[in-house]
Design a protein around this ligand. Structure first.
Ligand code: 5AD
Ligand code: SF4
Length: 472
């Protein structure tokens, strides 16, 4: 715990003093939705120091790279971006404008020392669990003129130290992310998350509900609850009991104005009956669930340490559909995990045919140093992974198109969030997250309105307003 200092000499000159004069902040975010949330919270934490968002790095007194380490080449992308930022920093500093470069997120956590060794012009390296200490890190970087590295897992929970007054990501937004749980104790064979994000921690119910209320007061209607294992949520309630995600969902649904609740990412093992019942009871819980299965082969699921079989997954899906017939699924898949044979891959294809997905992400297995699968025998050759990924993605694409096509002719509630790209057009989201475009007045932005879907485009839908019926 505490600040550790890297031995590398500082290259930067004269960092900004600790006054609160206006300064530009540019955050570049890679990776998952939680990183998007974290980037917003880093901006919140820095706002009292005078940092305001700017659109380009050359206008920024501080640049944060919020990084992702989940798959291949993440670190290389970071180093190549740093090379570009170094030039900007040098040009600005020649013009007398000191510039802080910070690397945050999971690459920082996993490769902090390497970053300082290869890019000594980086001023701050911080892991995902320490960004509540950013103001202190900025001050220390300025004072000591040396790089600051904070990649420990502090005993205090960062959520207890983040400013309460934080506005949601962007004021005026109708949708927002809200992190309720972080970290993972499941240790899937392929995954770095338990090492980069640390052990599973849930925020208290009170702090989650307070943040949700603040978001709703500022106009948010659609909240996505985030966590690496969001349905393993077990926060302390105001009654001193441990609340699970189902109980939290009922409490959130009772907040007037919070019309849409989503959550990601779930683990099949934690998809219990109480949560399935919440899908039956709460219209606010959107009928769209991201439930990664990774593989359809029991042998590979075992090797992955997933803790469930393919049939158990099918059974969870059956129960979910029973509870909420219009529920659609999204998932993650990995092809080419060590030991995966053609037969195992075919079991994955069969699972996809059986379950059907409205949307999915699929990846070639990539070796992550330090994870159990990285050193496993029977690594699958790259060309085999390529062929499997292509076959899987073709099937998933077919299913996604079929799902979107099935909405054509139906009337669905659309929450309008912005003006469309074309003149006179407005855009919003369906309950299943597809972007929907209609011709309509911008006065409808912020309202949930019935729309008859008329056309399927590649990744979105066109529709027409059914004006007589307005939901909210
Ligand atoms: N290789 C390929 N895909 C991975 N994922 C996580 N780790 C790896 C890896 N080493 C995928 C999983 C996970 C998603 C976020 O990223 O499918 O659900
Ligand atoms: Fe990674 Fe598995 Fe934890 Fe998901 S459940 S974050 S895939 S270790």
């Amino acid at each position: 715990m505490g600040l550790r200092r890297a031995g590398a000499p500082a290259v930067m000159t004269g960092l900004p003093s600790s006054s609160t004069a206006p300064r530009g902040l540019h955050v570049i975010t890679w990776g998952c939705q939680m990183n998007v949330y974290d980037s917003a919270r880093m901006s919140d934490v820095l706002r009292p120091l005078g940092y305001q968002p700017v659109d380009t790095p050359d206008a920024a007194d501080m640049i944060i790279l919020n990084t992702c380490h989940i798959r291949d080449r993440a670190a290389e992308k970071v180093f190549s971006e740093l090379g570009r930022l170094r030039k900007i920093k040098e040009a600005r500093e020649t013009a007398g404008q000191p510039t802080i470069i910070a690397v945050a997120g999971c690459v920082a956590q996993a490769e902090g020392q390497e970053i300082l060794a290869r890019a000594p012009y980086v001023d701050i390296v911080l892991g995902p669990q320490t960004y509540h200490r950013l103001p202190e890190m900025v001050a220390r970087a300025a004072r000591a003129g040396g790089a600051v590295i904070e990649t420990d897992f502090p005993a205090e929970q960062k959520f207890d130290f983040l400013p309460d007054t934080a506005a949601p990501q962007t004021p005026g937004n109708l949708t927002a992310f809200l992190t309720i749980q972080e970290g993972c104790d499941k240790f899937c064979s392929f995954c770095v998350v338990p090492y980069t994000r640390g052990a599973e921690v849930s925020r208290s119910v009170t702090s989650v509900l307070a943040e949700a209320r603040r978001m709703v007061e500022s106009g948010v209607q659609d909240i996505s609850l985030l966590g690496q294992n969001v349905n393993a949520y077990h926060g302390t309630g105001p009654d001193g009991e441990v609340w699970d995600l189902a109980r939290l969902a009922y409490a959130l649904a009772a907040i007037p104005g919070l019309n849409r609740i989503r959550y990601a990412t779930s683990h099949p093992r934690d998809m219990d009956d109480a949560l399935i019942a919440a899908h039956r009871d709460l219209p606010e819980l959107m009928p769209y669930l991201h439930l990664p299965v990774q593989s359809g082969s029991d042998k590979i699921l075992r090797a992955m340490n997933r803790g469930h079989t393919a049939d158990e997954y099918r059974e969870i899906v059956r129960k979910l559909h029973e509870a909420r017939p219009d529920l659609a699924l999204s998932s993650d898949f990995i092809v080419g995990h060590p030991g995966e044979t053609d037969e195992d891959f075919e079991a994955t294809m069969q699972l996809v045919r059986d379950v059907t997905f409205a949307q999915a992400y699929s990846f070639k297995y990539s070796q992550r140093p330090g994870t159990p699968a990285a050193g496993a025998p029977l690594q699958v050759p790259e060309d085999v992974k390529d062929a499997r990924l292509q076959a899987l993605q073709a099937l998933l694409r077919e299913q996604q198109d079929a799902f979107n096509q099935s909405l054509v002719g139906q009337t669905v509630p659309v929450l309008f969030t912005s003006e469309g790209r074309k003149a006179g057009q407005i855009s919003g989201r369906s309950p299943w997250l597809q972007p929907v475009h209609v011709t309509g007045s911008r006065d409808l932005i912020g309202r949930e309105v019935p729309v008859r879907i008329t056309e399927r485009l590649t990744n979105s839908l066109n529709g027409i307003l059914e004006e007589e019926k307005v939901y909210a």
